[in-house]
Design a protein around this ligand. Structure first.
Ligand SMILES: Cc1cc2nc3c(=O)[nH]c(=O)nc-3n(C[C@H](O)[C@H](O)[C@H](O)COP(=O)(O)OP(=O)(O)OC[C@H]3O[C@@H](n4cnc5c(N)ncnc54)[C@H](O)[C@@H]3O)c2cc1C
Ligand code: FES
Length: 271
Protein backbone atom coordinates (compact mmCIF):
# COMPACT_ATOMS: atom_id res chain seq x y z
CA UNK A 1 0.00 0.00 0.00
CA UNK A 2 1.34 3.44 -0.95
CA UNK A 3 0.69 6.25 1.51
CA UNK A 4 0.71 9.88 0.42
CA UNK A 5 1.17 12.87 2.70
CA UNK A 6 -1.16 15.88 2.59
CA UNK A 7 0.16 19.41 3.22
CA UNK A 8 0.59 19.89 6.96
CA UNK A 9 -2.19 21.72 8.81
CA UNK A 10 -5.67 22.99 8.10
CA UNK A 11 -6.17 25.77 5.55
CA UNK A 12 -9.01 28.09 4.56
CA UNK A 13 -10.65 27.82 1.12
CA UNK A 14 -13.10 30.42 -0.20
CA UNK A 15 -16.39 29.04 -1.50
CA UNK A 16 -16.82 30.10 -5.14
CA UNK A 17 -20.26 28.64 -5.82
CA UNK A 18 -23.05 26.42 -4.53
CA UNK A 19 -25.01 24.39 -7.10
CA UNK A 20 -28.08 22.21 -6.62
CA UNK A 21 -28.39 18.91 -8.51
CA UNK A 22 -31.68 17.39 -7.39
CA UNK A 23 -31.19 16.04 -3.86
CA UNK A 24 -27.48 16.95 -3.86
CA UNK A 25 -25.49 20.14 -3.38
CA UNK A 26 -22.14 20.78 -5.06
CA UNK A 27 -19.83 23.17 -3.21
CA UNK A 28 -17.00 24.63 -5.31
CA UNK A 29 -14.06 26.23 -3.51
CA UNK A 30 -10.63 27.73 -4.24
CA UNK A 31 -7.82 25.83 -2.53
CA UNK A 32 -5.10 28.47 -2.84
CA UNK A 33 -1.68 26.84 -3.03
CA UNK A 34 -3.19 23.40 -2.48
CA UNK A 35 -2.03 20.37 -4.50
CA UNK A 36 -4.15 18.64 -7.14
CA UNK A 37 -5.82 15.60 -5.54
CA UNK A 38 -5.86 12.12 -7.03
CA UNK A 39 -9.22 10.55 -7.90
CA UNK A 40 -10.53 8.68 -4.85
CA UNK A 41 -8.81 10.92 -2.31
CA UNK A 42 -10.82 12.88 0.26
CA UNK A 43 -10.71 15.97 2.47
CA UNK A 44 -11.80 16.63 6.05
CA UNK A 45 -14.11 19.67 5.93
CA UNK A 46 -15.60 22.12 8.39
CA UNK A 47 -17.39 25.41 7.83
CA UNK A 48 -15.21 28.29 9.07
CA UNK A 49 -18.19 29.74 10.93
CA UNK A 50 -21.05 28.18 12.89
CA UNK A 51 -19.47 24.74 13.21
CA UNK A 52 -20.31 23.28 16.63
CA UNK A 53 -21.81 25.16 19.52
CA UNK A 54 -25.37 24.85 18.22
CA UNK A 55 -27.99 22.41 19.51
CA UNK A 56 -26.07 19.66 21.33
CA UNK A 57 -22.83 21.35 20.19
CA UNK A 58 -22.96 19.35 16.93
CA UNK A 59 -21.30 19.02 14.49
CA UNK A 60 -18.09 19.07 16.51
CA UNK A 61 -15.56 17.08 14.47
CA UNK A 62 -14.74 17.67 10.80
CA UNK A 63 -16.47 15.42 8.26
CA UNK A 64 -14.89 13.43 5.40
CA UNK A 65 -15.79 14.16 1.74
CA UNK A 66 -14.49 12.62 -1.46
CA UNK A 67 -13.32 15.10 -4.04
CA UNK A 68 -15.93 15.21 -6.81
CA UNK A 69 -13.86 17.14 -9.31
CA UNK A 70 -10.66 19.23 -9.36
CA UNK A 71 -9.43 21.81 -11.85
CA UNK A 72 -6.53 24.22 -12.16
CA UNK A 73 -6.68 27.85 -10.96
CA UNK A 74 -3.90 30.43 -11.38
CA UNK A 75 -3.26 30.34 -7.61
CA UNK A 76 -3.92 26.68 -6.83
CA UNK A 77 -6.77 24.30 -7.51
CA UNK A 78 -10.56 24.44 -7.62
CA UNK A 79 -12.11 21.65 -5.58
CA UNK A 80 -15.70 20.46 -5.86
CA UNK A 81 -17.55 18.40 -3.27
CA UNK A 82 -20.89 16.60 -3.60
CA UNK A 83 -22.89 16.73 -0.40
CA UNK A 84 -26.12 15.11 0.71
CA UNK A 85 -27.78 16.58 3.80
CA UNK A 86 -27.97 13.64 6.23
CA UNK A 87 -27.01 15.28 9.53
CA UNK A 88 -25.71 18.41 11.25
CA UNK A 89 -22.35 18.56 9.43
CA UNK A 90 -23.67 18.04 5.93
CA UNK A 91 -26.57 20.43 6.65
CA UNK A 92 -24.16 23.21 7.64
CA UNK A 93 -21.95 22.59 4.60
CA UNK A 94 -24.91 22.63 2.21
CA UNK A 95 -25.83 26.09 3.55
CA UNK A 96 -22.52 27.57 2.36
CA UNK A 97 -22.47 29.89 -0.64
CA UNK A 98 -20.11 32.18 -2.54
CA UNK A 99 -18.15 34.36 -0.13
CA UNK A 100 -18.26 31.86 2.75
CA UNK A 101 -15.22 29.94 3.85
CA UNK A 102 -14.41 26.25 4.33
CA UNK A 103 -11.57 24.89 6.44
CA UNK A 104 -10.01 21.83 4.87
CA UNK A 105 -7.36 19.19 5.49
CA UNK A 106 -6.22 17.13 2.53
CA UNK A 107 -5.97 15.62 0.05
CA UNK A 108 -6.01 12.46 2.19
CA UNK A 109 -5.97 8.71 1.55
CA UNK A 110 -4.70 6.68 -1.37
CA UNK A 111 -7.04 7.07 -4.37
CA UNK A 112 -7.72 4.71 -7.27
CA UNK A 113 -4.95 2.85 -9.11
CA UNK A 114 -5.00 2.44 -12.92
CA UNK A 115 -6.62 -0.72 -14.28
CA UNK A 116 -4.50 -3.84 -14.64
CA UNK A 117 -2.96 -4.52 -18.07
CA UNK A 118 -5.58 -5.54 -20.64
CA UNK A 119 -8.59 -4.48 -18.55
CA UNK A 120 -10.94 -1.53 -19.14
CA UNK A 121 -12.39 0.49 -16.23
CA UNK A 122 -16.00 -0.20 -15.24
CA UNK A 123 -17.31 2.37 -12.74
CA UNK A 124 -20.19 1.54 -10.38
CA UNK A 125 -21.65 4.21 -8.09
CA UNK A 126 -24.51 4.40 -5.64
CA UNK A 127 -26.05 7.62 -4.29
CA UNK A 128 -23.55 10.23 -3.12
CA UNK A 129 -20.89 7.55 -3.72
CA UNK A 130 -20.83 8.75 -7.33
CA UNK A 131 -18.54 11.59 -6.15
CA UNK A 132 -15.10 9.96 -6.50
CA UNK A 133 -16.16 8.35 -9.78
CA UNK A 134 -16.69 11.77 -11.44
CA UNK A 135 -13.05 12.86 -11.01
CA UNK A 136 -11.90 9.33 -11.94
CA UNK A 137 -14.02 9.47 -15.10
CA UNK A 138 -12.41 12.87 -15.92
CA UNK A 139 -8.93 11.37 -15.60
CA UNK A 140 -9.86 8.31 -17.67
CA UNK A 141 -10.91 10.74 -20.45
CA UNK A 142 -14.13 9.00 -21.49
CA UNK A 143 -12.68 5.48 -21.49
CA UNK A 144 -14.90 4.13 -18.72
CA UNK A 145 -18.25 2.37 -18.77
CA UNK A 146 -20.30 3.89 -15.95
CA UNK A 147 -23.26 2.42 -14.05
CA UNK A 148 -25.04 4.54 -11.42
CA UNK A 149 -27.79 3.66 -8.97
CA UNK A 150 -30.09 6.02 -7.06
CA UNK A 151 -33.11 5.86 -4.77
CA UNK A 152 -35.42 8.00 -6.92
CA UNK A 153 -35.64 10.74 -9.53
CA UNK A 154 -34.49 13.55 -7.20
CA UNK A 155 -31.27 11.66 -6.47
CA UNK A 156 -30.85 10.51 -10.09
CA UNK A 157 -30.24 14.19 -11.02
CA UNK A 158 -26.73 13.52 -9.69
CA UNK A 159 -26.05 11.40 -12.79
CA UNK A 160 -25.71 14.63 -14.80
CA UNK A 161 -22.36 15.16 -13.04
CA UNK A 162 -20.90 12.19 -14.93
CA UNK A 163 -20.85 11.50 -18.65
CA UNK A 164 -22.78 8.79 -20.51
CA UNK A 165 -23.91 6.66 -17.58
CA UNK A 166 -26.45 3.84 -17.44
CA UNK A 167 -28.84 4.51 -14.56
CA UNK A 168 -30.86 2.31 -12.22
CA UNK A 169 -33.36 3.58 -9.65
CA UNK A 170 -34.97 1.73 -6.75
CA UNK A 171 -38.42 3.10 -7.68
CA UNK A 172 -38.03 2.78 -11.47
CA UNK A 173 -38.52 6.53 -12.04
CA UNK A 174 -35.33 6.75 -14.17
CA UNK A 175 -33.59 4.00 -16.15
CA UNK A 176 -33.56 0.38 -15.03
CA UNK A 177 -36.09 -0.42 -12.28
CA UNK A 178 -33.90 -2.15 -9.70
CA UNK A 179 -30.38 -2.22 -8.33
CA UNK A 180 -27.26 -0.95 -10.08
CA UNK A 181 -25.63 -4.29 -9.20
CA UNK A 182 -28.11 -5.96 -11.57
CA UNK A 183 -26.65 -3.81 -14.38
CA UNK A 184 -23.19 -4.80 -13.15
CA UNK A 185 -24.18 -8.49 -13.32
CA UNK A 186 -25.09 -8.09 -16.99
CA UNK A 187 -21.75 -6.37 -17.74
CA UNK A 188 -19.76 -9.05 -15.90
CA UNK A 189 -21.63 -11.83 -17.72
CA UNK A 190 -20.89 -10.16 -21.07
CA UNK A 191 -17.25 -9.08 -20.59
CA UNK A 192 -16.01 -9.96 -17.12
CA UNK A 193 -12.56 -10.98 -18.33
CA UNK A 194 -12.03 -7.54 -19.94
CA UNK A 195 -12.82 -5.18 -17.06
CA UNK A 196 -11.64 -3.89 -13.70
CA UNK A 197 -14.38 -2.54 -11.43
CA UNK A 198 -14.20 0.71 -9.44
CA UNK A 199 -17.05 1.19 -6.97
CA UNK A 200 -18.28 3.58 -4.31
CA UNK A 201 -21.64 3.60 -2.55
CA UNK A 202 -23.52 2.26 0.45
CA UNK A 203 -22.08 -0.79 2.24
CA UNK A 204 -24.76 -3.21 0.97
CA UNK A 205 -24.08 -2.12 -2.62
CA UNK A 206 -20.30 -2.43 -2.18
CA UNK A 207 -20.70 -5.89 -0.69
CA UNK A 208 -22.88 -6.96 -3.64
CA UNK A 209 -20.20 -5.57 -6.01
CA UNK A 210 -17.46 -7.43 -4.10
CA UNK A 211 -19.43 -10.71 -4.21
CA UNK A 212 -20.25 -10.46 -7.91
CA UNK A 213 -16.69 -9.56 -8.86
CA UNK A 214 -15.28 -12.36 -6.72
CA UNK A 215 -17.71 -14.81 -8.37
CA UNK A 216 -16.56 -13.70 -11.85
CA UNK A 217 -12.89 -13.46 -10.77
CA UNK A 218 -12.84 -9.78 -11.75
CA UNK A 219 -10.52 -7.33 -9.88
CA UNK A 220 -12.29 -4.53 -8.05
CA UNK A 221 -11.22 -1.39 -6.21
CA UNK A 222 -13.78 -0.35 -3.60
CA UNK A 223 -13.92 3.15 -2.05
CA UNK A 224 -15.18 2.46 1.46
CA UNK A 225 -16.38 4.70 4.27
CA UNK A 226 -16.07 4.50 8.01
CA UNK A 227 -16.50 7.05 10.78
CA UNK A 228 -13.49 9.38 10.61
CA UNK A 229 -12.53 11.82 13.35
CA UNK A 230 -9.06 13.01 12.25
CA UNK A 231 -8.56 11.74 8.68
CA UNK A 232 -4.78 11.33 9.00
CA UNK A 233 -4.10 8.25 11.12
CA UNK A 234 -4.11 9.62 14.67
CA UNK A 235 -7.41 8.51 16.25
CA UNK A 236 -7.90 4.91 15.00
CA UNK A 237 -11.62 5.72 14.71
CA UNK A 238 -11.78 4.50 11.12
CA UNK A 239 -10.38 0.94 11.40
CA UNK A 240 -11.92 -1.73 9.17
CA UNK A 241 -11.24 -5.49 9.14
CA UNK A 242 -9.31 -7.01 6.22
CA UNK A 243 -8.08 -10.54 5.56
CA UNK A 244 -4.73 -9.53 7.13
CA UNK A 245 -6.07 -7.65 10.17
CA UNK A 246 -7.41 -4.18 10.90
CA UNK A 247 -6.28 -1.17 8.89
CA UNK A 248 -6.94 2.56 9.24
CA UNK A 249 -9.15 3.43 6.30
CA UNK A 250 -8.03 7.08 6.25
CA UNK A 251 -4.37 6.28 5.56
CA UNK A 252 -4.50 2.80 3.94
CA UNK A 253 -7.78 3.53 2.08
CA UNK A 254 -10.39 4.68 1.46
CA UNK A 255 -9.85 2.65 -1.74
CA UNK A 256 -9.20 -1.02 -0.99
CA UNK A 257 -8.60 -3.94 -3.30
CA UNK A 258 -11.70 -6.12 -2.96
CA UNK A 259 -9.44 -9.17 -2.56
CA UNK A 260 -8.34 -7.76 0.84
CA UNK A 261 -11.88 -7.97 2.20
CA UNK A 262 -14.05 -10.77 3.49
CA UNK A 263 -16.91 -8.28 3.41
CA UNK A 264 -17.37 -4.68 2.26
CA UNK A 265 -20.40 -4.28 4.52
CA UNK A 266 -18.40 -2.44 7.18
CA UNK A 267 -20.34 -1.48 10.30
CA UNK A 268 -20.80 2.27 10.80
CA UNK A 269 -20.01 3.08 7.17
CA UNK A 270 -22.09 4.34 4.32
CA UNK A 271 -23.90 7.35 3.02
C1 LIG B 1 -13.74 8.80 2.81
C2 LIG B 1 -15.15 9.34 2.92
C3 LIG B 1 -15.70 10.05 1.87
C4 LIG B 1 -17.01 10.59 1.98
N1 LIG B 1 -17.49 11.31 0.93
C5 LIG B 1 -18.72 11.88 1.05
C6 LIG B 1 -19.22 12.68 -0.03
O1 LIG B 1 -18.58 12.86 -1.06
N2 LIG B 1 -20.44 13.26 0.14
C7 LIG B 1 -21.20 13.06 1.30
O2 LIG B 1 -22.30 13.63 1.39
N3 LIG B 1 -20.75 12.29 2.32
C8 LIG B 1 -19.53 11.71 2.22
N4 LIG B 1 -19.04 10.95 3.24
C9 LIG B 1 -19.92 10.69 4.40
C10 LIG B 1 -19.93 11.82 5.41
O3 LIG B 1 -18.62 12.13 5.84
C11 LIG B 1 -20.75 11.33 6.63
O4 LIG B 1 -22.06 10.99 6.23
C12 LIG B 1 -20.78 12.34 7.74
O5 LIG B 1 -20.83 11.64 8.96
C13 LIG B 1 -21.98 13.28 7.67
O6 LIG B 1 -21.93 14.15 8.79
P1 LIG B 1 -23.25 14.72 9.43
O7 LIG B 1 -22.83 15.52 10.63
O8 LIG B 1 -24.05 15.43 8.39
O9 LIG B 1 -24.06 13.47 9.86
P2 LIG B 1 -23.78 12.50 11.07
O10 LIG B 1 -24.36 13.03 12.33
O11 LIG B 1 -22.34 12.12 11.10
O12 LIG B 1 -24.68 11.28 10.60
C14 LIG B 1 -24.36 10.55 9.41
C15 LIG B 1 -25.35 9.43 9.22
O13 LIG B 1 -25.36 8.62 10.35
C16 LIG B 1 -26.67 8.62 10.91
N5 LIG B 1 -26.51 8.71 12.34
C17 LIG B 1 -26.06 9.77 13.04
N6 LIG B 1 -26.04 9.50 14.33
C18 LIG B 1 -26.52 8.23 14.47
C19 LIG B 1 -26.74 7.37 15.54
N7 LIG B 1 -26.50 7.74 16.81
N8 LIG B 1 -27.20 6.12 15.31
C20 LIG B 1 -27.45 5.71 14.04
N9 LIG B 1 -27.25 6.51 12.97
C21 LIG B 1 -26.80 7.72 13.19
C22 LIG B 1 -27.38 9.79 10.35
O14 LIG B 1 -28.79 9.58 10.25
C23 LIG B 1 -26.76 9.91 9.00
O15 LIG B 1 -27.38 9.03 8.10
C24 LIG B 1 -17.75 10.39 3.16
C25 LIG B 1 -17.21 9.65 4.22
C26 LIG B 1 -15.93 9.13 4.10
C27 LIG B 1 -15.33 8.36 5.25
S1 FES C 1 -9.81 8.92 10.97
FE1 FES C 1 -8.42 9.05 12.64
S2 FES C 1 -7.10 7.32 12.29
FE2 FES C 1 -8.41 7.32 10.57
Amino acid sequence: MTRRTAPFGRRAAAVIAREQHGAYIVIRCADTGGPRPRPGQFYMLTAAERWGGGDGERPFLPRAFSVLRAGPRPDGVELQFLIEDVGPGTRRLTELGAGDELLLVGPLGNGFAPPREGRAPLLVGGGVGIAPLAIWQDELEGNATTLLGFRDQAHAHGAALLAGSSIATDDGSVGHHGLVTELLGDELDARGEEVEVYACGPPAMLEAVRERCSHHDVPAQLALESGMACGFGACFGCVVPTTSGYIRLCVDGPVLDAAMLETAAVAGAGH
